[in-house]
Design a protein around this ligand. Structure first.
Ligand code: ZN
Length: 241
């Protein structure tokens, strides 16, 4: 069982009629409903909850955290951001969606500005699969086409991703690295671009499939337990000193 938290700032849905009608249960509700399976347990957390719904206890019982934020990035407490970073370094998976590129947690883990170009006129986006054997692209065709999306364009100021799974083309001519993987400590991170709040992107079956694939990819696997610190007793006698 993979234990997932879908975190959403949950602000646009309460203020904008278009967003509210697209996502009556919130963006988090649509994502959660789309990825819940027999082997995936979904819980939700939002900005307005105590500790943003991300207490030590909750995080210690979380395998993968999905993050959607936009207007409320600065309302997220630094203490919680440090807590999430610590859990990622310990092995919790993190999936950062769309405008989460400017979230405190993503910028902290990347170490760069994470800035980009944008334009919100509802143009067509085509996300090309550039790593067809990657598990995050499983079951997707050559590309995913979204009729209406916000444009994000290069340059995207991130460190070179470990793996690039999707590259987006936009009707207006720009391109963007829209599916990127990173490893930090024991944790796996996936950035996935689409998901502007005024479009029905999180009802698209291919988009939900990619997020679901990413959950399975980012979930911690049983690996070797690392050991750190001073090694007082060598495994073999050291004869040269
Ligand atoms: Zn947006």
């Amino acid at each position: 069982m993979i234990r997932v938290i879908v975190w959403n700032e949950y602000l646009h849905e309460k203020e904008n009629q278009v967003v509210a009608s697209l996502y009556p249960n919130g963006i988090h509700g649509a994502i959660g409903a789309g990825i819940a399976k027999e082997d995936v347990q979904v819980r939700y957390a939002t900005l307005d909850m105590p500790e943003h719904g991300l207490s030590d206890e909750v995080l210690s019982e979380t395998d993968v955290l999905i993050w959607w934020g936009h207007r409320g990035h600065n309302q997220v407490s630094d203490e919680i951001v440090e807590r999430v970073q610590k859990r990622v370094l310990q092995g919790m998976g993190l999936i950062v969606l769309h405008s989460g590129h400017f979230s405190k947690i993503f910028k902290k883990l990347m170490g760069t500005t994470c800035d980009l170009k944008w334009r919100a006129v509802g143009e067509k986006e085509r996300l090309w699969v550039v790593d067809p054997s990657h598990p995050i692209a499983e079951g997707v065709g050559q590309f995913i086409e979204l009729e209406h999306e916000e444009m994000y364009g290069e340059h995207f100021d991130i460190p070179a991703p470990d793996e690039l799974v999707f590259v987006s083309w936009f009707e207006g001519g720009e391109v963007f690295r829209s599916g990127c993987t990173f490893r930090r400590g024991q944790g796996k991170i996936f950035y996935f671009r689409p998901g502007h709040e005024t479009y029905p992107t999180y009802h698209n079956q291919d988009v939900l499939r990619v997020i679901s694939n990413a959950v399975h990819w980012a979930a911690p696997k049983l690996g070797a337990k690392p050991v750190y610190g001073h090694v007082k007793e060598p495994l073999e006698p050291i004869k040269s000193v």
